[in-house]
Design a protein around this ligand. Structure first.
Ligand SMILES: C[S@@+](CC[C@H](N)C(=O)[O-])C[C@H]1O[C@@H](n2cnc3c(N)ncnc32)[C@H](O)[C@@H]1O
Length: 217
């Protein structure tokens, strides 16, 4: 097997973050507010370079219809919504009114609130209510790890050919190499399973905590 050519040190990571699209004032304040008011769970937020990547993918795919599973305080949804044209629509799913109240404020400030339809409830129930035909251009999965296969199974058939699904935390802090907890094993099982899914082509990218990017054939 080939070896990685590039150990990503903290310094190199700082460099790559500084040399991609950096968060603007609104995203920076969202990151800072999440750190200040939710310090115990702030690590749920995607990394700034992932936000830039989500916006870029959204633009490249020409996304008009998207779904996000796991919104939290809104950084990933802000990134996706900003990559869409004004007529684009992003359905956001989360169980928390508390977390998403923060998201709503930042969507307003960024002028993208009218592109976003937030639905509070169990994500699986909400996904099952969506039209079943292949209409989605993009989906982002970033919620409870044990449900990843269920979200995948609801979302992939709803993607149009060429549509993409991005899945966060698929390197899971490196624990995929030595799984111990239920969540660790869930991510390992998910990664193994999607590898054999003939409906998609996929890559696992070492960005943030690992992002699987799959494209519907
Ligand atoms: C990792 S965070 C999402 C981070 C977000 N993408 C961001 O960029 O900040 C996971 C979110 O999933 C939500 N969640 C967990 N279980 C859920 C479920 N069964 N249905 C819907 N949302 C759920 C949590 O409330 C939490 O806000």
């Amino acid at each position: 097997m080939t070896k990685s050519l590039l150990p990503l040190t903290d310094e190199l990571h700082d460099y790559l973050v500084a040399h991609g699209s950096t968060p603007d004032e609104i995203a920076r304040e969202l990151i800072e507010e999440t750190e200040a008011v939710l310090p115990d769970v702030v690590n749920m937020q995607i990394a700034p370079e992932q936000a830039a990547f989500l916006t870029m993918v959204t633009q490249m795919v020409g996304v008009r219809q998207a779904v996000e599973v796991g919104t939290f305080t809104g950084l990933s949804s802000l990134a996706i919504a900003r990559g869409m044209a004004p007529e684009g629509r992003l359905i956001c799913l989360d169980i928390s009114d508390e977390y998403t109240a923060i998201a709503r404020r930042y969507w307003q400030r960024a002028g993208v609130a009218d592109r976003i339809d937030l639905r509070i409830g169990q994500a699986l129930d909400e996904l099952r209510k969506l039209p079943t035909e292949p209409h989605l251009d993009l989906a982002f999965i970033d919620a409870d790890k044990t449900s990843y296969p269920l979200y995948w199974d609801e979302l992939v058939p709803r993607l149009r050919p060429g549509g993409v699904v991005l899945v966060d935390n698929t390197l899971w802090y490196g624990r995929v190499l030595a799984p111990v907890s239920e969540d660790d094993r869930a991510v390992v099982a998910f990664n193994d399973r999607v590898l054999d899914d003939e409906r998609v082509d996929l890559v696992l990218l070492p960005i943030g905590d690992g992002v699987t990017l799959a494209r519907r054939r």
